[in-house]
Design a protein around this ligand. Structure first.
Ligand code: F6R
Length: 313
C-alpha cells in the first residue's frame, strides 16, 4: 500500500459485515475517492480498507470485534472538510434532502467549512429541510445560548435557507409532551431523515439521550445528566446556570435516519470512544446503539481515537 497524502483517512469496516454494510463501504470508498487506499476483502467477508496514518498496527488485522464503519482523520479541520463535502454531495444529489442537525463544539468547524464551500459553489440550500436534535427547556429561541441561536449564528443566517423548512424544538413550549409528539410527527410527515449528523457526549449521549434511555424512545423531555451540565457549562458565562432539562429527538428517530455520521474530536472523547468500541450494545452507553445501524459512520480525529485498543485486537 502506498500513500502519497498523509491526511488520507484510515477507513475500515469492521467485524463481519452483511451485504448492506459491504455496499455502504464500497459506496464510501468510491464516493470519497480514496484512490490510494488498499481495499482488502478477506475470504471470511471482513472488509478492511485502510490508509493507516498513525495506526499502522491495525494493518492486516481482520478479526475486529464489532461491525461499524470507522474513519480516522488527523485533525478536526480535515474532518470538517470531509463532512462538508458529504453534505454538499447529498444536497446536490437530492436538493430536497432532509438533514438531522446537531449543535456543540464538534460541529462548529464543520458548519464553518460548509458555509464557505456552499457559498463558493453557489449551492442551492433553499429546498432542503432540517430537524435539529435538541433544545434546552426554558431558553427562548433568541437566548444567545439556545440551540436556535447556535444554529442561526453558525449556519442558518449565512445561506439562503427557507426558514419554514428549518426545525428546532421549542424549549418554551407550554405543553412539552405535546410539542415532542408534534415534532416527531412533523419529521415523519417530511419523510424522515436522510442524513443525520451527530456528536457524542463524554458520557456517550447522542442528541440528549442520556445513559439509560430506552433505544426505542421517541422525541421526549429529558433531565440532563450532571456530567452533561458540567461539560456544557463551558458555553455559558461563568456562574450562569446551565438548564437542567431539554427536549431531544429520541433514539427511535435517530436510528430511523437512512445515513448517520457521528463525529468525535479531542482527547475528552477518547475514553467513551474506546468504551463503545470494546463493549456490547448497551443502554448504559447510548452511542453503542449505532452498532445496529446499517449505515452509520464513526468519524474520529486522532485524539479521539487515541485510546482505541489497537494492541488488544
Ligand atoms: C447537540 C447534541 C449533543 C452534542 C454532544 C457533544 O445538539 O446533540 O449530543 O453533540 O453533547 O457536544 P460537543 O460537540 O460540544 O462536545
Amino acid at each position: 500500500m502506498r500513500l502519497d497524502r498523509k491526511e488520507r483517512p484510515f477507513f475500515a469496516v469492521e467485524g463481519k459485515p452483511g451485504p448492506t454494510q459491504i455496499e455502504g463501504a464500497l459506496t464510501h470508498y468510491y464516493r470519497n475517492s480514496l484512490k490510494n487506499c488498499a481495499l482488502h476483502v478477506p475470504t471470511h467477508a471482513t472488509i478492511l480498507a485502510f490508509c493507516p496514518v498513525r495506526l499502522p498496527s491495525w494493518s492486516g488485522r481482520t478479526a475486529l470485534p464489532h461491525s461499524y464503519m470507522l474513519q480516522i482523520f488527523s485533525d478536526p479541520l480535515s474532518i470538517a472538510e470531509y463532512v462538508s463535502d458529504t453534505l454538499i454531495d447529498r444536497i446536490q444529489a437530492k436538493p430536497d434532502v432532509v438533514l438531522g442537525l446537531a449543535t456543540g463544539g464538534t460541529m462548529e468547524p464543520i458548519y464553518a467549512r460548509f458555509v464557505d464551500e456552499a457559498r463558493q459553489s453557489n449551492l442551492d440550500v433553499s429546498r432542503l429541510t432540517s430537524f435539529n436534535l435538541d433544545e434546552y427547556i426554558g431558553l427562548r429561541p433568541d437566548h444567545p445560548k439556545s440551540y436556535s441561536a447556535y444554529m442561526r449564528d453558525h449556519l442558518f443566517q449565512h445561506l439562503e435557507f427557507d426558514a419554514a423548512r428549518l426545525h428546532v424544538p421549542d424549549g418554551m413550549a407550554q405543553d412539552l409532551a405535546a410539542h415532542c409528539k408534534a415534532y416527531a410527527a412533523r419529521l415523519r410527515e417530511c419523510g424522515g431523515i436522510d442524513l443525520q449528523l451527530l456528536g457524542v457526549g463524554g458520557n456517550g449521549h447522542i442528541g440528549f439521550n442520556e445513559p439509560g434511555t430506552a433505544f426505542d424512545c421517541p422525541c421526549h423531555v429529558v433531565e440532563l445528566a450532571e456530567q452533561t451540565r458540567i461539560d456544557n457549562s463551558r458555553f455559558f458565562a461563568k456562574g450562569a446556570i446551565v438548564p437542567g432539562s431539554a427536549i431531544t429527538m429520541g433514539l427511535a428517530e435517530i436510528m430511523e435516519a437512512r445515513e448517520i455520521l457521528l463525529v468525535a474530536t479531542g482527547e475528552s472523547k477518547a475514553q467513551i470512544v474506546a468504551d463503545r468500541y470494546q463493549g456490547g450494545v448497551t443502554e448504559a452507553i447510548p452511542f453503542t446503539v449505532l452498532k445496529r445501524h446499517p449505515r452509520a459512520t464513526i468519524i474520529l480525529d486522532e485524539a479521539a481515537a487515541s485510546l482505541l485498543p489497537v494492541d488488544a485486537l
